[in-house]
Design a protein around this ligand. Structure first.
Ligand code: ASP
Length: 324
């Protein structure tokens, strides 16, 4: 029988409410990894699953130390067991896409690495967690998912880590991959990944994650944006900034002026956008202000990229040339 590792981190998939009709008032990260497995006995027919409880928190409360522990567990497990078929990570949906992208940039192994969550707590009527977990395991065990990068399985769809994002606060179909669509789907007939890319680049596969991480902030663009935040953040020691620019990643004139006037060390800075889909292209001002366009990365994923780039000591030119 194939062997699989389940790493549990909490979230609504491990959420418990007082009543089966409670969909909003519940405690995330209240059910253990073993209990998640017990709720889906059909998994026993698929694989021998070992579990590790890396955390049991709402994903809004994840810390860099959790990411560090997760990366260590995955690297150690793949290195120690050449027969391990794959890894499934249960995770809160709110920041699942950030962890998926972090792992996509760090873990270089063809064996499937699949993240899964749920929109309804485990105690709910029609909880979506059990089927999502079953399908995540199906994907992680499948030859189709090998070498396809970090995958996210939700509501029968399989998404790629780079594009996937949570687009709704409610409902089981809360994940989309804007501009790209899902890479495939999973059902009782198997795993189908017709849209998965044939190759992938893992720019930080050798990166050792430190205890202390750099600080990177996200600054949100809007009418009369809070440009005073920029020098305040930089004076406070933030080494990276992501601008959620308006439209195609545009900064206001005031934000540009503040950046031009800043005479301290220049942070690593990316311009993303708040539209939710579409690219941010280079523009004439970028070099002068020390900015780089974030391409099609959303702001929270651009921040993950900056965190790793800062840890790796990559400068602005290196970041611009990173093959991601
Ligand atoms: N609050 C939850 C979280 O941990 C939401 C979810 O998992 O759906 O992100």
């Amino acid at each position: 029988m194939k062997r699989l590792l389940l790493l549990a981190t909490g979230g609504t998939i491990a959420g418990r409410a007082a009543d089966a009709t409670c969909l909003n008032d519940y405690t995330a990260g209240a059910i253990t990894a073993d209990q998640l497995l017990e709720a889906v006995p059909q998994l026993q027919d698929l694989a021998a699953i070992s579990v590790e409880q890396v955390a049991n928190v709402d994903s809004a409360d994840l810390q860099f130390q959790h990411w560090r522990a997760l990366v260590r567990c995955i690297r150690d497990a793949f290195a120690a067991d050449s027969d391990l078929a794959g890894v499934v990570i249960t995770h809160g949906t709110n920041t699942l896409e950030e962890t998926a992208w972090l792992l996509q940039l760090l873990i270089d192994d063809p064996r499937p690495l699949v993240l899964v969550g749920a929109m309804r707590p485990a105690t709910a009527l029609s909880a979506d967690g059990p089927l999502n977990l079953y399908q995540a395991v199906q994907v992680a065990l499948s030859p189709e998912a090998r070498g396809k990068g970090v995958l996210v399985v939700m509501d029968g769809e399989i998404h790629g880590a780079r594009s996937v994002t949570k687009i709704a606060t409610q409902g089981v179909g809360a994940f989309r991959s804007p501009g790209e669509g899902p890479l495939g789907w999973v059902d009782d007939l198997g795993v189908h990944l017709p849209m998965a890319p044939a190759t992938r680049v893992v720019p930080f596969s050798a990166l050792v994650l430190p205890v202390q991480w750099p600080q990177v902030a996200i600054v949100y663009g809007c009418v009369e944006s809070s440009e005073a935040l920029i020098p305040a953040l930089l004076s406070a020691g933030f080494e990276g900034l992501v601008f959620t620019g308006t439209g195609a990643g545009q900064l206001s004139a005031g934000e540009c002026r503040v950046l031009e006037a800043w005479d301290g060390p220049r942070p690593l800075m990316l311009r993303a956008n708040r539209c939710g889909s579409g690219p941010v292209h280079p523009c004439d001002h970028d070099a002068q202000l020390g900015l780089l366009p974030a391409g099609s990365l959303n702001p929270q994923k651009a921040r993950v990229l900056l965190l790793l780039a800062l840890i790796a000591g990559v400068d602005r030119a290196g970041l611009a040339n990173l093959p991601i």
